[in-house]
Structures are given as structure tokens and as C-alpha cells.
Write a protein that binds this ligand. Structure first.
Ligand code: GLN
Length: 538
């Protein structure tokens, strides 16, 4: 049986609740507890796969092929564990189950209601997931902000759990923003107070309050939060802005967070082992050089759209002692103004063509791939970035005029990228891509082999299109090397000789961890550093 830490949020969304949840997990994990983390998303979508990353942040793909909220990615990276589809619960899933049961007749004779039927299903899923994960402590983050109508059934469910679970098994942590007034520099606690009141109105008294602020809060502000939030002063914590998110566990721990949690949960106070985490942080602080990576994509206005890629680059930077400076380049801007884009791309030490969907910006990505290839700039192409780099090569090297992906141009004379055969009869959009971890066989003696140092690797996938097998010969004859294949013979990895030009159909970023960086990203960053030092300086 596990104990539960429920995390709610107040005032605003996007205040870093996912990082705080992950950090709380980390500080208990280093004390030797088995942790799991669950994210609740109160929207009606079954999963986040059908949502635009510009609205909701990236879609994070797990080993088992579920398309989940990006916070699942934070949990995996901080806790170094693999999560599953059961770790991301949505309103859509809850209602789907309850309505299916109703139609089957499971509730014959009853009026099916939010309380108890929906709330029972919520509790069942939380408990089942924690139990299956074998966790001593499950951290459950309720997405959104207290006061949202759609979050109410979840808050009601966790209120009930506090009463139904044994004493000392449930703790409520409320995370809320304390904004600073620009003109006076004053830190204001009123919005936080209101969000706590809203929670108390529905029967939840937070045990712990975490104030999120730009700068550390004063003792006076802390006192005020305690008084109006109805918690003990030592149960008020502060998570202020830090440059590196992986420092947040220590920020909380220095204030005594794990002692407090263990006290409330009546758990033994084991000695913490911070050695691994501290060595990551010291690597992060030992960067000697900056490497500029041009990231070519189309949702680049919202950094959250590519969070796993940003993190994978960061991890690669930690382990090569460089600070990676990502430079977002809107693919459409390349189409509009080639000269300006050219100079920005040429200024980069490496070019990363981002994943994506649809025609918008695709020509810009193709152009960026061409610039990288012609100028010998290290290139990493991920998924759609892989596919469009193949299109570029087909057009400009193999001279296949108007070559394209059928996703963009269904009537192209040269469909070098085409729908996967098993996708042809699929009409439903939700959860139907080629998803999750698949085996990749690596060809010996290639760059891919040098990078992975293994013949068999597993990477996560999320796509419907692939390199059209009919074009493999002509692409190979012109110098494209295919160095990774799926079990059923599909192209997974392509590269060019004697340089860092590495294209992968997979998304290696989803498996990158601060203590164990993704190999393709690591080598890409190293190659970019080398390019900066050797080629650019000449
Ligand atoms: N749109 C492409 C496909 O479906 C690539 C997807 C991606 O980049 N994740 O195959």
C-alpha cells in the first residue's frame, strides 16, 4: 500500500508545478523511498496526442507508446523511471470508462452521478496505478488551477481519499504563485490566499504550501502565507526562480521539505544520498564553452513545445562540459527571408531540424537541411526533421524534381516519404500513430554504431510516415547511408559519410536523462563543439 502526496495549483497554470512535483519526488527518492508520479489532466481529451503543442506544450511519448502530458517527461527525467499510460489520467478516460460501464449495465437500477461514480473511478485509477508501480509513495499532481470547474471532481476525489485512507497516508501540498509588483518590488500574497480559501471551501486544507516566486520570499511574507493559509509557518516553502531546473530539489530540501513530508506521513527519516544528483549539478556548472544550436521548427514561440529536446540538449551539454544555447528559428521565416535565415543558420555550431506535422514551414526545414549539408554544419534531424532532410537530399543530390513527403504533397512525382503500409486503413486519429519503443538494428561500422556502441537499441517513436522503400536504392547510390533498421526492415537511421549528419525516425530525446544523456544528442553536441573549435575558427 502506498502513501499519497497530492499537489494542487493556485493562481496561474504554468508556474512550474510539474518541476516542483518532480523535485518533491526526488528528495524522497534520495532518502531511499520507492516513488511514482501520476499526472491528472482535467480535460476531456483521452490523451494529449490530439492537442497542438503550441497550446498545451509537447506531447510526451512513453515506452509503452502512450501520448502523455509533458509533465510525465519531467517525472521521468527527475526520478529516472519509466512511466506508462496509467500514469496520466484525464477526465476523458474517466468518463469513457464510467459511460461504458453504464451501457454494459454495471450500474443497473442506479442513477449514475459525478459523486460517487466518477469520483470512485478517479480513486480506483490512482490507487491501481500506485499499487502496480510498487511505490511506497505516489505523488499525484492535479493539473490546472484550483477554481477550474473541470478540476472539481478530482479535488472531491482526493478530499475523500484523505478520509478513507489510513491516518498519516495522505498529504496535500498546494503550489501557488506569489507575484511581485513591478513598480514597488512588493511580493503579493493575496492571490495565493484566495486560492487556499477556494480549496478550503471544498474541504481541502493544504498541509504544506509552496509559494512560487521570482525572488526568494521574505520571512514576513512567509508568516503572512502561514497565517492566512492556515498552516504552520515551518510548513510554508518557497520555490524561487533558478537558472537550472535540476536545482529545485535542493532549493526545497535546504528548507527542510523532506523532513516535513516524512513527519506528516509518519515515515522513517532515512539518510539522504545526494551523490549522483550533486555530480549532475556540478557537471552542469562546469561548462567551459557555449555551443549554439539552431532549432528549426514551427512552434518555437512556446519553449514548452520542445521541452524534451531542450532537456536532451542540456543533458548532452552537462556531459560534454558545454552550455548549449538553443536558437529558435521559425521555419516559415526561412521561407520568407532566405538571406537573414542563412546568416543565422551559418552562425550556429549545429542545426537541429525539429519534429512536426503538416505543410506549414516544411520548405523552410528543407532549406535548413540543405544549408547544413552544403556547409558541413553538424545536423541532427528528428522524425519530421529526418523525413524532410531526406526530401532535401532527394531533390538536390538525386535530382528528383519536386520530391516530397505525401503528407505535404499527395501528388508529388517522387514520394520519397510515404505513409507506413499499416496506416493506410486507419481513419481514427487518436493514439493510432506508430507509437512507443521499437527495436532498431544498427549497422556495424557506421556513425550510428559509433554513437550507440551497440547493435540493438530501443528508441521511442511517434509517426505515420517513413522513407519509401522504393527510393532506398537511388538515395544510397548518391551517398545516403542507411544505418539503422526496424525489425521489419524499415529505415530508422540515415547518415552521410565523414561528418556529423545524423537523421533518425525516432525521438531519442524522450529517453534522455540528466544522469544518462541520449547518445545521439550527446554526439551531436560534441560534434557541434568540435565544429566550432576546428572549422569555424579557421
Ligand atoms: N509528420 C511526420 C509523420 O507523421 C513526423 C512526425 C513527427 O515528427 N513526430 O510521420
Amino acid at each position: 500500500m502506498s502513501k499519497y502526496i497530492f499537489i494542487t495549483g493556485g493562481v496561474l497554470s504554468s508556474v512550474g508545478k510539474g518541476i516542483i512535483t518532480s523535485s518533491i519526488g526526488k528528495i524522497l527518492q534520495v532518502r531511499g523511498y520507492r516513488l511514482t508520479a501520476i499526472k491528472i489532466d482535467p480535460y476531456l481529451n483521452i490523451d494529449s496526442g490530439s492537442m497542438n503543442p503550441f497550446m498545451h506544450g509537447e506531447v510526451f511519448v512513453t515506452e509503452d507508446g502512450s501520448e502523455t502530458d509533458m509533465d510525465i517527461g519531467h517525472y521521468e527525467r527527475f526520478l529516472d523511471i519509466n512511466l506508462t499510460k496509467e500514469h496520466n489520467i484525464t477526465t476523458g478516460q474517466i468518463y469513457e470508462t464510467v459511460i461504458t460501464k453504464e451501457r454494459r449495465g454495471d450500474y443497473l437500477g442506479q442513477c449514475v452521478q459525478i459523486i460517487p461514480h466518477i469520483t470512485d473511478e478517479i480513486k480506483r485509477r490512482i490507487k491501481q496505478c500506485s499499487y502496480k508501480s510498487g511505490a511506497e509513495i505516489a505523488i499525484v499532481e492535479i493539473g490546472g488551477t484550483v477554481g477550474d470547474i473541470e478540476g472539481l471532481p478530482f479535488l472531491e476525489a482526493i478530499r475523500q481519499m484523505k478520509l478513507e485512507e489510513p491516518m498519516y497516508n495522505v498529504v496535500f501540498v498546494h503550489v501557488a504563485l506569489v507575484p511581485t509588483l513591478k513598480t514597488t518590488g512588493e511580493q503579493k500574497t493575496k492571490p495565493l490566499q484566495h486560492s487556499v480559501n477556494e480549496l478550503r471551501r471544498i474541504g481541502i486544507q493544504p498541509d504544506i504550501i509552496v509559494a512560487r516566486s521570482e525572488k526568494p520570499i521574505s520571512q514576513e511574507v512567509k508568516k503572512k502565507i502561514a497565517l492566512f493559509g492556515n498552516v504552520r509557518e515551518e510548513f510554508v516553502f518557497n520555490s524561487y526562480d533558478v537558472e537550472n531546473v535540476y536545482e529545485v530539489p535542493l532549493v526545497l530540501e535546504k528548507q527542510g521539505m523532506s523532513d516535513t513530508l516524512l513527519r506528516i506521513l509518519a515515515l522513517e527519516r532515512r539518510e539522504p544520498d545526494w551523490s549522483e544528483w550533486n555530480s549532475i549539478l556540478s557537471l552542469a556548472n562546469s561548462a567551459k564553452e557555449v555551443v549554439k544550436i539552431a532549432m528549426v521548427g514551427k512552434y518555437s514561440k512556446l519553449a514548452d513545445s520542445y521541452v524534451s529536446i531542450n532537456e536532451a540538449l542540456k543533458h548532452a551539454g552537462f556531459h560534454s562540459r558545454v552550455k548549449v544555447q538553443p536558437i529558435f528559428i521559425e521555419a516559415e521565416d526561412i521561407e520568407k527571408n532566405e538571406d537573414e535565415a542563412l546568416s543565422r543558420l551559418l552562425d550556429a555550431d549545429g542545426i537541429l531540424i525539429l519534429p512536426g506535422f503538416g505543410a506549414r514551414g516544411s520548405e523552410g526545414k528543407i532549406k535548413a537541411a540543405e544549408i547544413a549539408r552544403l556547409n558541413g554544419i553538424p545536423l541532427l534531424g528528428i522524425c519530421f526533421g529526418f523525413q524532410l532532410s531526406i526530401v532535401e537530399f532527394a531533390r538536390n543530390v538525386c535530382r528528383l524534381d519536386k520530391a516530397n513527403s505525401t503528407e505535404i504533397d499527395p501528388y508529388t512525382p517522387h514520394p520519397v516519404i510515404d505513409l507506413l503500409p499499416e496506416q493506410r486503413n486507419i481513419t481514427m486519429k487518436g493514439g493510432t500513430m506508430r507509437l512507443g519503443a521499437y527495436e532498431i538494428e544498427i549497422v556495424e561500422g557506421t556513425l550510428a554504431h559509433k554513437i550507440y556502441e551497440q547493435r540493438i537499441v530501443f528508441e521511442r517513436h511517434r509517426h505515420r510516415y517513413e522513407v519509401n522503400p522504393k527510393y532506398v536504392n537511388i538515395l544510397s547510390e548518391h551517398g545516403m547511408i542507411f544505418s539503422g533498421f526496424s525489425k521489419d526492415g524499415r529505415i530508422e537511421i540515415a547518415e552521410l559519410k565523414n561528418r556529423f549528419y545524423f537523421l533518425t525516425q525516432a525521438h531519442p530525446e524522450f529517453k534522455s536523462r540528466p544522469n544518462n544523456p541520449s547518445k545521439p544528442y550527446l554526439y551531436f553536441v560534441k560534434a557541434s563543439l568540435q565544429y566550432k573549435q576546428e572549422v569555424k575558427k579557421k
